[in-house]
Design a protein around this ligand. Sequence first.
Ligand code: IMP
Ligand code: MG
Length: 181
Amino acid sequence: MKATISEILLTEEAIRNRVLELGRQLDRDYDGPIKMICVLKGAVPFLADLMRAVTKPVFIDFLAVSSYGQSSESSGVVRLTKDLDESIEGEDVLIVEDIIDTGLTLQYLRQNMLARKPKSLKVAVLLDKVERRRVDVPVDYVGFTVPDRFLVGYGLDYAGHFRNLPYVAAIDLEEETHGES
Ligand code: IMP
Ligand code: MG
């Protein structure tokens, strides 16, 4: 499939302003240090900006998940492909994720993190594709609600491409034509 950018949905400036607001909200909501857990790889830009928008002490750790299968549809079966480096027991933990779609990934992650006995557990997502939800997952901080389109940029990818775009855009997918016309 050939992917082309069809429309910019969130500009660099809109994202920056919203992330700053979320940072101020976190500052109000938390007393002590926040342990931010970044879900690799898509949440890297969001984590980097969000942690700098907070003035309270922030600690970070990383995990990676994959849902079985290669399609852009979530298969519903999630597994950890990289675990945290450190224990989160007794800590105020914030999962930082790029986008919630069906909710299956975050449902799995919440259960997995809760089993490790944090003092508190909340979830921050930059984007919420609310129409597509299949399971009900509590999300505490949402950057933007987005339509049901395939999005790239600011960490989000299509087959690894477009993560470095500073904005969020929708893409069009087209069959590649080979030779014949
Ligand atoms: P969920 O388990 O269906 O909520 O899927 C969440 C994961 O699917 C996200 O962490 C993304 O990796 C991926 N995802 C969902 N929608 C998009 C999209 O529009 N663009 C890129 N990745 C997406
Ligand atoms: Mg992801």
